[in-house]
Ligand binder design. Structure first.
Ligand code: CP3
Length: 364
């Protein structure tokens, strides 16, 4: 990465287990509705139209950077995990106040043949993401590294089958219990697309990547080992191979399997350099399980940002002390995405407090 002249590579150093002067920080969904500047740029534009505009997507990606520098250590490209089902042939709409909706979900295995494209043109159909990454890199000018990301195959299949967000997960559970072989077949097809998509994001300039398995916690430990983990492992094994074919240097990889606390030990051996934790893990316990094998990322409850400055300070004290045993192998983040309604100044307070408390606690 030296060739690129990054002025701040704390996140990359921490991901590789190298020494850092303070914990690197960013937050999931940092470019989003809690920021007035995001709402102003988005206006009445359709969400996916904004994703498809390299100009707007790069502008939004930069918003939290401009606001929080020098306390923020990475940008994440403004896009969505659901651009992959779109490239595979499905229609996805973003409905205001409701979230993503698939008007015609994959309810039966027979529909795979008619609803999914046989060959997916990742480089062509998702070119707008790579263009947005290139535009963003220009605007960032090396100030911080840029994250690329994808949804994990299990989470993407859940959306494709449920047709949107879900509380009961009846449809996807019907698939895995009634049609386990067909489920594995589609998961494999999604995996192939996801690997190519990540490789092209890195080729376009992403410095580090994250795989979001937001619905991992809906599976039992045994089923997670069948319907999610093997595909997560394939991604970490095959991405470096694909990058080598493209003549692109490998980058650190992060896996965030929300709710899969039962799988932390296996995730630490799944080929990723960074493992993200949601807020239901006790940091010190996670550090013990990880045993220095990976860099941990997380994990303050995003809800704590609603508690005001004093509550945030209290939570930060616990967070920083909890990760002390990680000996620098920690990327500070929330345990899930930041939510609308948070006061942006309170996120600034969070960043500053992490820096202040870490300086005290880590010299003890
Ligand atoms: O700042 C960033 O983190 C980069 C952009 C980003 C978005 N979505 C923008 C977005 C990222 C990394 C995502 C990932 C994503 N998208 C996930 C995985 C992370 C997670 O939260 O578990 C998932 C499950 C999705 C699917 C999705 N997109 C949902 C369920 C929703 C609606 C719910 C919600 O939070 O509004 C979206 C919409 C979405 N994606 C918004 C943003 C900023 C809000 C859209 C709007 O402006 O109306």
């Amino acid at each position: 990465m030296a060739a690129e002249n990054l002025k701040n590579d704390r996140i990359l150093r921490a991901a590789r287990g190298e020494k850092v002067d303070r914990p690197p920080m960013w937050v999931m969904r940092q470019a989003g509705r809690y920021l007035p500047e995001y709402n102003a740029t988005k206006g009445n534009n359709d969400f996916f139209a904004v994703c498809r505009s390299p100009e707007l997507a790069s502008e939004i990606t930069l918003q939290p950077i401009e606001r929080y520098l020098p306390h923020i250590d990475a940008a994440i490209i403004f896009s969505d995990i659901l651009v992959v089902p779109q490239a595979m042939g499905m229609t996805v709409e973003m409905i205001e106040k409701r979230g993503p909706v698939f008007p015609s979900p994959l309810r039966q295995p027979e529909e795979i043949a008619t609803k999914l494209k046989e060959k997916v043109d990742v480089a062509g159909d998702l070119k707008y993401v790579f263009d947005a990454i290139r535009e963003t890199k220009k605007k960032l000018d090396g100030r911080v590294p840029l994250y690329g990301f994808v949804g994990a195959p299990w989470t993407l299949l859940s959306y494709m089958v449920e047709g949107g967000g879900s509380k009961m997960f009846c449809e996807i559970k019907r698939w895995v219990f009634k049609h386990p072989e067909e489920s594995k077949h589609v998961l494999q097809r999604i995996t192939d697309v996801v690997i190519e998509f990540l490789a092209r994001q890195v080729e376009a300039g992403a410095n580090i990547v994250q795989v979001f398995d937001s619905w991992a916690g809906e599976l039992s430990p045994a089923d997670f080992r069948v319907f999610s983990l093997p595909y997560l492992r394939q991604i970490s094994a095959r991405l470096p191979q694909r990058l080598a074919e493209l003549n692109v240097a490998p980058v650190p990889m992060t896996v965030f399997a929300k709710g899969a606390w039962f799988a932390l030990d296996e995730l630490c051996d799944s080929g990723y350099q960074v493992v993200g934790l949601d807020w239901t893990y006790d940091p010190a316990e996670a550090v013990k399980v990880a045993r220095g094998r990976v860099t941990l990322q997380g994990n303050m409850d995003p809800g704590a940002l609603y508690g005001g400055k004093e509550a945030i300070t209290r939570e930060v004290e616990k967070l920083v002390r909890g990760f002390k045993g990680a000996k620098g192998r920690w990327i500070c983040n929330l345990g899930h995405g930041i939510t609308p309604g948070v006061n942006p100044e309170d996120l600034g307070h969070f960043f500053k407090e992490v820096e202040r408390v870490a300086t005290e606690v880590y010299k003890e």
